[in-house]
Each structure stands twice: as C-alpha cells, then as structure tokens.
Design a protein around this ligand. Structure first.
Ligand code: GRF
Length: 197
C-alpha cells in the first residue's frame, strides 16, 4: 500500500481528483494518510474533512521564523509516515531538509509543459497569463519529481492542451486542470504505487 500525504494551499481540485480516482479504482494500492495546508482557509481542507482524511494546517503565520515553520512542516509530514509526498497546488518553497529526507519521493503538478513557463514567479494564473502573452498554441501540465530547484526535477508525465481563440487565463487554467492536471497527477501516483508492489 502506497501511503501518500497531499500538500495543498487552495481549492483542492487536484486533491479531489486523487480522492475520486482512488475511489473508482483508477489509482490502486494507495491511501491518503494525511492532507497538509499552509492556508487555514483552503477549501482543500474541507474536501479532506468531507472524505474523513486526517488533515491539518501548518501556517507560516504561526511561527516566529521561516526556519521554525520549515521544521514544523517537515515534522508534520513525517508524523503521517508517508511513502510519497504529493504537492497539489502547494504554494510553499519546500525546505532543503524535507527534500533531503524525502529525496525521490516528492512529486509536484505544474500547470505548463516544463521547461516552458516555470520557475520563480510562475504559479497559478500567472502561468496561463504568460502562455497567452507569448501566444503559444499548445500548453498543458507536467508532473515531476521535486529537487532543490523550482520545477526542475525529473519529469514523470506531461499532457498537452490546446489554447483556443479568446481564451482568458481563467478559461485556460480550467481547461488545463480538467484535461491535464486531474488526469496525469493520478496517473503518476498510480504508476508509483504499482512500482512499490
Ligand atoms: C492551480 O493553479 C493548479 O494549476 C496548480 O495549483 C492551483 C490550485 O490547484 N497545480 P487546486 O485546485 O488547489 O488543486
């Protein structure tokens, strides 16, 4: 059984996709043992509660220094004893100590075809704004392992999505989530779960 902790900051639609794919058997041999958010208002925490998944908020606002937050975040993950850490819209720079502790066992979903539109400052709607500004005709999403860089770890899966005339960043974001993120993140988890067998 692959035990996963899912780290979230926002609406939790990627978390919901993981929950739904485990429920319908698309993802096998996997259990979400915990959900951690840095944002106490994240609807993703509500999704965890609705599905009786252990969950907690570890907010930088509750710690005097970033180092103290980083230590609390790592301990919070370790407390769940996961095999894999899944960053699903988690807007926190992962501490070096956590990357060392879970090297090769942290994955992230990024809403572009890396190496395009990634790195510092490219998150959420900003990614899609940049894609539209550049005028690309195809974008998509990438699931990759997390290393010390920003969006630089080994790529696991990518899925392309067409940009349509008249797209706004919001419309494009929704299409990338529906047609790419919510498909390849569960696929990556299932792949890792099968490799653990
Ligand atoms: C979205 O911008 C998504 O593209 C990125 O994280 C943000 C929130 O996703 N991966 P979610 O609805 O919280 O999963």
């Amino acid at each position: 059984m692959l035990k996963i902790v899912v780290c979230v900051s926002g609406g939790g639609t990627n978390l919901q996709a993981i929950i739904d794919r485990i429920s319908d058997g698309t993802i096998k041999n996997t259990r979400i043992v915990g959900v951690i958010s840095n944002n106490k208002n994240a609807y993703a925490l509500e999704r965890a509660k609705q599905n009786e998944i252990p969950n907690r908020c570890i907010s930088p606002k509750e710690y005097a220094t970033r180092d103290e937050f980083n230590e609390a975040l790592l301990q919070g993950v370790k407390d769940y004893r996961p095999d894999l850490v899944v960053l699903a819209g988690f807007l926190v720079n992962i501490p070096a100590a956590m990357i060392q502790e879970y090297r090769g066992r942290i994955i992230n979903i990024h809403p572009s075809l890396i190496p395009s539109f990634c790195g510092v400052g490219y998150y959420g709607l900003k990614v899609h704004e940049a894609a539209l500004k550049k005028g690309v005709k195809v974008t998509g999403a990438t699931v990759h392992y997390v290393d010390e860089g920003i969006d630089t770890g080994a790529i696991i899966f990518q899925k392309a999505v067409n940009v349509e005339p008249g797209d706004t960043p919001e419309i494009l974001q929704k299409r990338v989530m529906e047609q790419a993120e919510w498909i390849i993140l569960p696929q990556a988890i299932h792949k890792i779960a099968m490799e653990k067998e």
